[in-house]
Design a protein around this ligand. Sequence first.
Ligand code: PBG
Length: 325
Amino acid sequence: MNTFPHVRLRRLRQNEKIRGMVRETHLRVDQLIYPLFIAEGLTEPSEISSMPGIMQWPLDQIGGEVKRVADLGIPAVLLFGIPNEKDEVGSQAYSEHGVIQEAIRRIKVESPETLIITDVCLCEYTSHGHCGVIHNGTVQNDESLNLLAQMALSHVEAGADIVAPSDMMDGRVGAIRLLLDEHGFNQTPIMSYSVKYASGFYGPFREAAGSTPQFGDRRAYQMDPANVREALRELEQDLSEGADMVMVKPALSYLDVIRQVRDNCDLPVIAYNVSGEYSMVKAAAQNGWIDEQRVVMEILTGIRRAGADMIITYFAPEVAQWLRS
Ligand code: PBG
C-alpha cells in the first residue's frame, strides 16, 4: 500500500494553492539585513564597479537611503565605514567623530525605527588592511582586543543597536561584552561573526570597503574553508563569551555549516550572503544567462532551509519589493 501507484507525490504539487499550503520554508522581509557602505570623503553616491547596484554613500545621504530601505519593510541595516584617514592602529575606528559614529547619528534622525548593526573590525581603518594590530609581521590577538572593544563601545555610544564583531580574534566577544557592561550597555546584543572563513568570495567587498590587506592574507585568523568541526569550536567559544546571535559567513558554499550550527545551539543563526555571491548572480543576470529574481529567491530560500533565521544580503531591497508584489 505504501508505494506507487497508491503513493503519488505529485498530488501535492498540482497548483500554487496546494504548493503554498505544504511549503516548508518561508522567506520574509523581516528576516533580511541590508549592508551599507558609508565613505567619509564622498559628496555623491559612488557605485562599486564589481557590485552593480551597490553604492558607497556619502554621510549626507545615508539617512535618506536607510529611510528608503526601511519603507520597504527591511528592519535592520549593517554598516561599514570607509574613513578618510587610515593608520597602523585604526584610530578612526573608535573615534567619537569617525565615519560610522557620524552615520549612526544621522540615521537615528532620519530613520529612528531602523535597527542599526555595526561591523566591528579594524581592516577598513588600518593602513596595512589587517583586522588587528601588527607586530613583527603578524596580527596580535590580545593587543587587538582592547581596540575592538573600544570600537564597539564608540558605536554603541553613538546609538548603534547591535554590534557585530567580524575580526576573528580569539576572545573578542568576551572583551566587547565586558567593556559594554562596564559602561552600562548590558542591554546591547552582540551578533558575532562566529564562523567566518578565509574566502575568495569577499573579493568585491574589499573593493567596496577599501580593505585589501597590503601584505599576506587573512588565513592566520579567518577559518580554513575545509573545516567544520572547528566551526563548532568557534561557536562554543562565542557562546561561552556571551554572544547573543551567531553568524556563518559566507553562506552559499557553507550550507552544511549553517545546518550544523543550527543543530548545535539555540541562538538565532544569521547567514551572510556575501559580496562575491551577489556579484556572480548579478553578472550572470546582466548577461541574460539566468533569471535574477528566480535565482535570488532560490538561493535565499536555500539558505533559510539550511537553518538560517536571518540573512544579510545585498539583494534585500529587491527581495523586499518582490515579496510585496
Ligand atoms: C571585515 C569584513 C569583511 C566582510 C564583512 N566584514 C571582509 C573580510 O573579512 O575580508 C565581507 C563581506 C562581503 O564580502 O560581503 N572584516
